[in-house]
Design a binder for this molecule. Structure first.
Ligand code: AMP
Length: 416
């Protein structure tokens, strides 16, 4: 199959040739003709599948072919994404695919001054890539009007809901024209996403390129059990002993990120970090430095888990397991991309057994376990079985409640 057979115009085909895209990925093969036809789309596709080009290429073609003049402060296509990093990345993809096409674009997210974004909106733009909060700010200040809007793309819709954007999304949906094309991309299809799809989409084409909720097959996954308080020490030990190269590490909290980053810095390991408390330019700089190979270890919270496209990343380490099992799939999806092999290693302590069980249920596998000599856990991590269930120890029989009557009395006389 070729891109030409999907109906793309010559200028886009030339650009794809220059980018070295020889043939469409499965999601592109299905999405491109459907989007060109004007159909709604509901696509289950993870990052790494080429989904961005799957919607960006046909969208650009439609914008150019229709050639409508955009009015001041208006927009013809809107791409909503959950994070600033993803907004930048998707916008960069649009710019790369657009090449010399006459398309005005804007990327808009919070954490940076709104003024340049408002200035750019004055002449109107063909396409905005935005996070929901900043888009609403722009709309409230009359900098963005939606009466010319033809296409809405929801990218990583599940992540937007996870991050608590559902109210913002509803407010945005309420001000968009009803007559439009809507494309919904989501790595997972939970009930809330299905409900959103049912409300937003008209006779959508459903595309599923990776089986639901399965982790990338090319990623070797395993866990090392360890006591909670020794995780940082174990990480430092493994980094040295296994001679790791570049590694992306996920920690649960901002504090956890900072602690590991400081410990690495003290040992002279080139490190940077990304979390929600850091200003946007610092987050972008950290990512750029990591991509450029200037830092060996990038420590991040789940802000960085989705959508980021980092080439040839060999290893992802979970210093803590994520609270939401789906985030595990996204975290490890940062490695083993585009068919390359990768490794994902999780340091798991006893408290995390239920999270481990949830991940194993979701990904339908039991993760291989090992212990590192010198770091054997005092608090044993309960076994989880092949069905991803937590194998509980048989419960001790309960002692009879001798104080039952007293407790009842207490309740009766408690003040309301
Ligand atoms: P995405 O899933 O959209 O984040 O894309 C993942 C990576 O695959 C990006 O680096 C794209 O540049 C690359 N890519 C997308 N489509 C193709 C293609 N047809 N051939 C080669 N690389 C591609």
């Amino acid at each position: 199959m070729t891109f030409a057979s999907l109906g793309l115009i010559d200028s886009l085909l030339r650009t794809l040739g220059e980018l070295g895209y020889a043939s469409p990925t499965p999601v592109q093969a299905q999405a491109i003709p459907a989007v060109l036809e004007g159909r709604d789309l509901m696509a289950a596709a993870q990052t790494g599948t080429g989904k961005t080009a799957g919607f960006a290429l046909p969208l650009l073609q439609r914008l150019v072919m229709e050639g409508t003049q955009v009015a001041p402060n208006s927009v013809r296509a809107l791409v909503l994404v959950p994070t600033r990093e993803l907004a930048d990345q998707v916008h960069e993809s649009f710019k790369a695919y657009a090449g010399a096409l006459p398309v005005r674009t804007l990327v808009a997210y919070g954490g940076v001054s709104i003024n340049p974004q408002m200035m750019r909106m004055r002449k109107g733009v063909d396409l905005i890539v935005a996070t929901p909060g900043r888009l609403l700010d722009l709309h409230r200040q009359n900098a963005v009007r939606f009466n010319q809007l033809q296409v809405l793309v929801l990218d990583e819709a599940d992540r937007m809901l996870d991050l608590g954007f559902s109210r913002e999304l509803d407010q945005i949906f309420a001000v968009l024209p009803k007559q439009r094309q809507t494309l919904l991309f989501s790595a997972t299809f939970s009930e809330p996403i299905r409900a959103m799809a049912a409300k937003m989409l008209r006779d959508p084409l459903s595309i599923e390129v990776a089986p639901r909720n399965t982790a990338a097959k090319t990623v070797r996954q395993s866990i090392v059990t360890v006591d909670k308080k020794r995780k940082t020490e174990l990480f430092l030990h493994l980094l040295k002993q296994r001679q790791w190269g570049q590694v992306l590490v996920f920690a649960k909290t901002r504090r956890g990120v900072d602690e590991l980053a400081v410990a690495l810095e003290k040992r002279g390991v080139p490190v940077d970090s990304i979390h929600g408390d850091k200003p946007q330019p610092a987050r972008m700089r950290a990512l750029d430095r990591f991509k450029a190979g200037e830092v060996q270890v990038l420590v991040a919270t789940d802000v960085a888990a989705r959508g980021l496209d980092i080439d040839d990343l060999p290893l992802v380490v979970n210093l803590d397991l994520p609270i939401v099992a789906e985030d595990y799939v996204h975290r490890i999806g940062r490695t083993g991309r585009a068919g390359a092999s990768g490794e994902a290693l999780s340091l798991v302590c006893a408290d995390e057994a239920p999270l481990l069980a949830a991940i194993e249920t979701l990904t339908r596998q039991t993760l291989a376990r090992s212990e590192e000599p010198g770091f054997v856990a005092e608090h044993r991590v309960p076994m989880t079985n092949a069905k991803g269930e937590l194998v509980k120890k048989p419960k001790k029989p309960k002692k009879p409640k001798v104080h039952a009557a007293v407790v009842k009395e207490d309740v009766r006389f408690r003040k309301p």
